[in-house]
Design a protein. Structure first.
Length: 277
């Protein structure tokens, strides 16, 4: 309750929540607002926003409704962000928890694997995975999760290294509780707050990575992605800039909302900040 009240007192967190709620409503209500296929031809190509009442945000170079793609694309972006973040957080927590709790050879081996993943930039490694396994939306989502876990693992490891020597953990050891109980029931709940906060960063990066892939025409072309829409407007950017600008603004606002929510979570869950209130 204290954390919830602290979150509610943060103006930035409330603004971020409103933005994310609006994007969520767009995604959930996309089928209701625009029941037709968003990738189907709807009218004359490259109609400007407001030019035709049927298309309030205009049409793209193929004559498809931009508003329909925007609403359906919200669902795709949120789904990719959530699933990819879940994958990266699960992998990162598992690796970081084992490395931080046991230390020694286990820590060394797992950290070498983590460093191997960090040798290549995220986007370059993502391009390699997509080139090997294909560019379906499922493959892209899993690949984004796979390339995003190393920072989560390092953060979890740092928390475990600090918490494993605390008195409450030692007391549980004296009582004869096993390692699984100590990791899952004692140390992990206390290590989660900073990981939860960082998950908002992972989600923002996941949305950007998918958009970048789609812009390069390396994502699934059969889904109404914001990145795909930006890519479609690339060839007409000088004359009909709105084709790329509208989904670009949507991505910007979504990333802003996720970042503000993450900042609010940090204010609410960070014990150092909480102590000053």
């Amino acid at each position: 309750m204290r954390a919830l009240r602290a979150y509610a007192r943060s103006p930035s967190a409330l603004v971020g929540s409103v933005i994310l709620l609006a994007v969520l409503v767009m995604g959930v209500g996309a089928q209701w607002f625009y029941p037709a296929d968003p990738l189907g031809l709807a009218g004359r190509p490259l109609q400007w926003p407001g030019q035709n009442p049927r298309f309030p945000l205009g049409t793209d170079p193929s004559g498809r409704d931009i508003a329909a793609q925007l609403f359906h694309g919200a669902r795709v972006s949120l789904l990719i962000g959530f699933v990819a973040t879940s994958i990266s957080v699960l992998i990162g927590i598992a690796v970081g928890a084992l490395a931080g709790f046991y230390g020694g050879a286990v820590d060394t081996a797992l950290m070498r694997v983590t460093e191997a993943f960090q040798t290549l930039p995220n986007f370059l490694l993502l391009l390699v995975l997509v080139a090997i396994f294909g560019s379906t939306i499922e493959t892209v989502t899993i690949a984004i999760g796979i390339v995003s876990w190393p920072p989560v693992a390092r953060l979890t490891r740092a928390e475990f290294l600090t918490l494993r020597t605390r008195d409450f953990v030692q007391a549980c050891r004296i009582q004869g509780l096993g390692d699984a109980h100590l990791i899952l029931r004692e140390v992990l709940p206390n290590a989660l707050p900073p990981v939860i906060v960082y998950a908002s960063v992972v989600m923002a990066v996941a949305i950007l990575l998918e958009s970048a892939l789609a812009f390069l025409q390396l994502s699934d072309p059969n889904v109404p992605s914001w990145g795909n829409l930006i890519g479609l407007g690339r060839n007409v950017l000088r004359a009909e800039w709105y084709v790329s600008a509208i989904p670009g603004v949507a991505i910007l606002l979504t990333i802003l909302g996720v970042s503000l929510v993450g900042q609010g979570l940090n204010d609410a869950l960070n014990p150092r900040l909480a102590g000053g209130r």
